[in-house]
Design a protein around this ligand. Structure first.
Ligand code: LLP
Length: 423
């Protein structure tokens, strides 16, 4: 079954049906309804361990925007992984998951004074300053330890909406502003512990991180000359991509981290610089492959032109990535997983918008109403970006392992949808 390798590690086909964590798709759909986001515990733990093993001396923090779910944050905490937060909401998620400030890195390109004060009160390990005016505001808010986010001017090979380190980026300070910020922050009594760079997301090759580390060592050499300062810590962000489709290749976590550490060591040594401590902030590569979405097939119809439509009971409200980023997904007819495909279909959602297309050109065994369609690699940036467009309740999420499923996010109800309206 070709697409099976895009599903979580525990996925297999049993008696013609997709099974993950020892549970069949139809059992999950019956118990929890659809659409349902299913997370495989084994895969979450395996990805967390892969990072910890590849970088045992680094602090690994989960880019929680990918899926800021309390059960998942707790699971990662058990694996020794902290949290990268960028809003009061994400900081609150970390607090509720019982994660101590020493494992939290605080981000945000436009932090409010309230957010800065909350980061100070939570005594987060580092607040990453993202604008020249944040230096004084952070000191005034009581921030003790800071990193500066620098934009190195590197354009990465990914969708433009998730490129973050080019010269025109809204993120970070220019190298010149960074030098000034270190000077100012130190004079205001903050510990200016180091530098942060996040190149972008869904990166599928090692070229950009290599370029980054070469650049960084050169920049740190300049900082040392101008400021007699070198970073004690370097936070290189997240960014490792995953395979969404059969035709994509992605580096492994071990290769990505191994390459990064070698390069850091070599480049800093070349410039005679002290080796900094390392922080990494993976988001997608920790959770995306652990999750898949299970939908029920409804209408199947043949338009006057083009491939047949297969409509599922969700849509771009639970996965806006195809529309936002032109993201491509594969799909599997979960209840008839070993049947041969007959032709190519287009999977659409139920929203009042022709752009509500989830997967194009997907070969399936003739789908029928009531079939279950499983879309792999939806564990990151789907539920966390979900909306209630057309007043569609957002899906539930379950964590599966050893034949048991645990609800980790309940399905929204119609009452939830009106909880904020004031009639
Ligand atoms: N660190 C910082 C400062 C970030 O901004 C991000 C992601 C990460 C770490 C984690 O990056 P990752 O390992 O997940 O690539 N909604 C988009 C992705 C946005 C990424 C935002 N920042 C998508 O669905 O593709």
């Amino acid at each position: 079954m070709p697409v099976l390798d895009l599903f979580p590690d525990s996925a297999r086909i049993a008696q013609g049906e997709l099974e993950v964590g020892g549970l069949r798709a139809s059992e999950l759909a019956r118990e929890f309804g659809t659409p349902l986001v299913v997370y495989c515990e084994q895969t979450l733990r395996a990805r967390a361990r892969a990072y910890r093993q590849a970088a045992p001396n680094a602090l690994v923090v989960f880019g929680s925007k990918a899926f800021p779910n309390l059960a998942v944050l707790e699971l990662f905490a058990e694996e020794g992984i902290g949290v990268d937060v960028s809003t009061l909401g994400e900081l609150e998620a970390a607090r509720r998951a019982g994660i101590g400030g020493e494992r939290i890195v605080c981000h945000g390109n436009n932090k409010s004074d309230e957010e800065l004060r909350a980061a100070a009160e939570a005594n987060v390990l580092y607040t990453v300053l993202d604008a020249p005016d944040e230096v004084e505001r952070a000191a005034a808010a009581g921030i003790k330890r800071a990193l500066i986010r620098v934009a190195p001017g590197i354009e990465v090979n990914t969708h433009e909406a998730i490129q973050t380190a080019h010269r025109g980026s809204k993120f970070g300070l220019t190298p010149e502003q960074t030098v000034e910020a270190v000077r100012l922050g130190s004079s205001l009594g903050m510990e200016m512990a180091g530098l942060h760079i996040h190149l972008g997301s869904q990166l599928l090759d090692l070229a950009a991180p290599r370029m980054l580390l070469d650049w960084l060592a050169g920049f740190v050499a300049v900082c040392r000359t101008e400021l007699a300062w070198a970073p004690a810590v370097v936070d290189v962000g997240g960014g490792l991509g995953i395979r969404y489709t059969e035709d994509e290749q992605a580096p492994s976590i071990a290769d990505w981290i191994g390459d990064l550490e070698n390069r850091l060591e070599r480049d800093f040594a070349t410039h005679g610089l002290p080796q900094p401590g390392l922080i990494i902030e993976p988001g997608r590569s920790l959770v995306a492959e652990a999750g898949f979405t299970l939908y029920a097939v409804g209408v199947v119809k043949e338009p006057a032109e083009g491939p047949p439509w297969v409509a599922i009971d969700g849509g771009y409200s639970d996965n806006p990535r195809p529309l936002f980023y032109g993201a491509r997904y594969e799909a599997l007819l979960a209840n008839r997983a070993d049947e041969p495909s007959d032709r190519s279909y287009t999977i659409c959602g139920k929203h009042c918008d022709a752009g509500d297309v989830l997967v194009r050109h997907i070969a399936l065994p003739a789908p029928r109403r009531g079939d279950l369609l499983a879309v792999p690699d939806t564990g990151a940036y789907t539920l966390s970006m979900a909306s209630n467009y057309n007043l569609l309740p957002r899906p539930a999420a379950v964590l599966v392992s050893g034949g048991k499923a645990r609800l980790i996010r309940r399905r929204e109800t119609l009452d939830d949808l009106f909880g904020l309206d004031v009639p």
